[in-house]
Write a protein that binds this ligand. Structure first.
Ligand code: OAD
Length: 243
C-alpha cells in the first residue's frame, strides 16, 4: 500500500498519537463485528442482550450469550493489526489506544496504554451492590451470584442506555486534546460518544486517519482514509515508519 508523504512526515515528527479502535481490528482474529454481514447484531437483538432490563428479566440468557462470546474471545489470538500497534507505541513519547472492544486483545498483544470505553469481558460485577465479582470466568456464569448480597453477577460491559465509565471518557477526551495524529481503526463510527472522538481530536488540531475496508459515517471528515484491513495496513505503515 502507498501512504501519502504527508502522513509519513507528520508521523515521523509526531510525539503524541491517539488511536480509537472498534470491532474491526479484532475481525482478523476471528471475533465477529456487530454490524458487518453476519455480525452480532444480526444474530441477536441488542435490546434483548445488551441492556440492563433484559438482564434483569433473564440473567441466565444474557450471561449464556456473554459466555459464548467469552469462549470465542479466549480461543482467539491478537492479530497483525494489534501487534503493529504494540510496536508503534515504542515510536512515540505518548501513544494511547482508546478501545470500544471488550475482548482484551490489545492488552494481550502487549499494548500498555489502553483506555477501555465499553468495559472488559474478563470482568464481572454484582448487578445490585456493584461489588466486583472475584471469579470473572467460570463454566456456568449464569449460576453466579454475588457473595455479598446474592444478586446475579453481570459482565462489566457498558450496555445500551448506560453511561461510559467517567474516568475512561475523561482520559479519552484528554488523548483527543493532545494527539497530533489520531487514528480511527475498525469502527463503523455509529455509536456515541466514541464516534465523536476522532472529530474532537481534529478540532483540537490532530491529523486524522481512518483505517477501514469500508467508508463510514466519518470518512468524509477525516484528513486521510486508508481503505483496507487493519491487519494489513498497520504492519505496512509501521514498516514505512521504521525505515
Ligand atoms: P461495528 O460492527 O459497528 O463496525 C465494525 C467496523 O469494522 C466496520 O466499519 C467494518 O467495515 C470494519 N472492519 C471490518 N473488518 C475490518 C478489518 N479487518 N480491519 C479494519 N476494519 C474492519 O463495530 P464498532 O464500530 O466497534 O458497543 O461498534 C461500536 C459499538 O457498537 C461496540 O463497541 C458495541 C456495539 O453496540 C457495546 O457493546 C456497548
Amino acid at each position: 500500500m502507498k501512504f501519502s508523504s504527508q502522513l509519513i512526515s507528520i508521523l515521523q515528527n509526531a510525539h503524541s498519537v491517539g488511536v480509537l479502535t472498534g470491532a474491526g481490528i479484532s475481525a482478523e482474529s476471528g471475533i465477529p463485528t456487530f454490524r458487518d454481514q453476519g455480525g452480532l447484531w444480526q444474530q441477536v437483538k441488542p435490546e434483548e442482550m445488551a441492556n440492563f432490563e433484559a438482564f434483569l428479566n433473564n440473567p441466565n440468557l444474557v450471561q449464556k450469550w456473554y459466555q459464548h462470546r467469552r469462549e470465542i474471545i479466549f480461543n482467539s489470538q491478537p492479530n497483525a493489526g494489534h501487534l503493529a500497534l504494540v510496536d508503534m507505541e515504542n515510536l512515540f513519547s505518548k501513544f494511547n489506544i482508546i478501545t470500544q472492544n471488550i475482548d482484551n486483545l490489545h492488552q494481550r498483544a502487549g499494548s500498555k496504554n489502553v483506555i477501555e470505553l465499553h468495559g472488559n469481558i474478563n470482568r464481572n460485577y454484582c448487578s445490585r451492590c456493584l461489588a466486583p465479582a472475584p471469579e470473572p470466568v467460570c463454566e456456568k456464569p449464569e449460576t453466579l451470584r454475588c457473595q455479598h448480597c446474592g444478586a446475579p453477577i453481570r459482565p462489566d460491559i457498558v450496555w445500551f442506555g448506560e453511561m461510559l465509565p467517567p474516568e475512561s471518557l475523561e482520559d479519552a477526551i484528554n488523548v483527543c486534546r493532545t494527539a497530533e495524529v489520531f487514528f480511527s481503526i475498525g469502527t463503523s463510527s455509529l455509536v456515541h460518544p466514541a464516534a465523536r472522538l476522532p472529530l474532537l481530536a481534529q478540532e483540537y488540531g490532530a491529523y486524522t486517519v481512518e483505517v477501514n475496508p469500508e467508508r463510514t459515517s466519518i470518512t468524509g471528515f477525516m484528513d486521510e482514509s486508508l481503505i483496507g484491513q487493519a491487519g494489513v495496513i498497520l504492519p505496512e505503515l509501521l514498516k514505512h515508519l521504521k525505515r
